[in-house]
Design a protein around this ligand. Structure first.
Ligand code: F6P
Length: 360
């Protein structure tokens, strides 16, 4: 019997709906084409680096039906990575070491011919560095934040937008009943894609995004015009990375992650607005649960394309979705800078024409 080639798949960074669709598509494609075994490293590359390694053979049976499940069956980590790997020493101290050479050697020793790395900006930056050190790797872009360059969408984004939109829809009815100002804080790190899409979809009155630092006076004017004589209500959608023109973003855990800008905006508005203000932080709900159909299809297509890239030894490439089709680009193009909302993005114009205040 001919010896099969071996492919390794990893999911890295924050999880997002659709990861299991990619895993399933890669495994099924390999089975259909033949000549390949697909293995998964658990907790991104940690599975390869651990002693003993935690690397599992993925069979078509094992991935059957997983496309409807959120998260990742391979588990993930969004800290560390092979260039800053936490190493515990005998005296109890921990250092963060570059173990990339050990990782690459182990992958070679295990007999892998190709690696598929499914991840966002941080993970694809690692993919690129590993590729430059000789690892035969291809990338698949994922993140709810949609902030990867050179792809129109990452899978997981539309699901997060759908979840946020449905949550804001719910806030509308209670805001209307009480004549309140409802502030919904959504994720997205340094990009306002989730806020802008969900805000427009749900008909928000104010949308605050990191790309356009806001002025309180501008919000007060818009909200004030919605709430006159104690009547009316207003919906504010604020991206977690948004910031005032004269201030800083609000962070948690010594600045390691965003969170809390919704409460900050509420405090800023309180002395200017008569209506009661309530804040809802959507948090990780936006990342959980099953992927919507769009993301299932996109992630599945991307998995098939990633298999094709690996099968044809087109390493250093990333799958990308551009103009309604699947293409491939150098990973380097995807991680050069973050994809943030440009001032001339048509959704900015759309929001303005609808009378939405962007706070600027
Ligand atoms: O990148 C995805 C994301 O959900 C961001 O939107 C958010 O800022 C961050 O991850 C949260 O990270 P953690 O899961 O570590 O709290």
């Amino acid at each position: 019997m001919a010896v099969k080639k071996k492919m390794l798949i990893i999911t890295g960074g924050g999880d997002c709906p659709g990861l299991n669709c990619v895993i399933r598509a890669v495994v099924k494609s390999a089975h259909m084409k033949g000549g390949w075994e697909v293995w998964g490293s658990r907790r991104a590359f940690n599975g390869v680096l651990e002693d003993p390694p935690d690397v599992i053979l993925l069979t078509p049976d094992m991935v059957s039906g997983i496309h409807v499940r959120g998260g990742t069956i391979l588990k993930t980590v969004n800290k560390g990575g092979p260039f800053e790997y936490p190493v515990q020493h005998s005296d109890g101290s921990v250092t963060y070491d570059d173990v990339s050479d050990r990782l690459i050697q182990r992958i070679r020793d295990m007999g892998f011919d190709a690696v598929v790395s499914v991840g966002g900006n941080g993970s694809q930056t690692i993919s690129l560095k590993l590729f430059e050190k000789g690892l035969p790797i291809v990338g698949v872009p994922k993140t709810i934040d949609n902030d990867l360059m050179a792809t129109d969408f990452t899978f997981g984004f539309q699901t997060a937008v759908q979840i946020a939109t449905e949550a804001i829809d719910k806030l509308v009815s209670t805001a209307e009943s009480h004549n309140r100002v409802m502030i919904a804080e959504v994720m997205g790190r340094d990009a306002g894609w989730i806020a802008l899409h969900a805000g427009i979809a749900a008909g928000a009155d104010v949308i605050l995004i990191p790309e356009l630092p806001y002025q309180v006076g501008s919000l007060v004017r818009k909200i004030g015009s919605r709430i006159q004589d104690g009547e009316g209500f207003a919906i504010v959608v604020v991206a977690e990375g948004a910031r005032p023109r004269d201030g800083k973003a609000v962070t948690q855990d010594q600045g390691s992650r965003y969170g809390g800008i919704g409460y900050y905006v509420a405090d800023q508005l309180a002395s200017h607005i008569k209506a009661e203000i309530r804040v809802t932080v959507l948090g990780h709900i936006q990342r959980g649960g099953l992927p919507i159909a769009f993301d299932r299809v996109l992630a599945t297509e991307m998995g098939v394309k990633a298999f094709e890239l690996a099968d044809s030894a087109q390493f250093g490439k990333m799958v990308s979705y551009a103009r309604n089709t699947l293409v491939t680009i150098p990973i380097a193009d995807a991680v050069r800078e973050l994809k943030r909302i440009a001032p001339d993005n048509y959704l900015i114009k759309t929001a303005r024409y609808l009378g939405v205040s962007l706070g600027d």
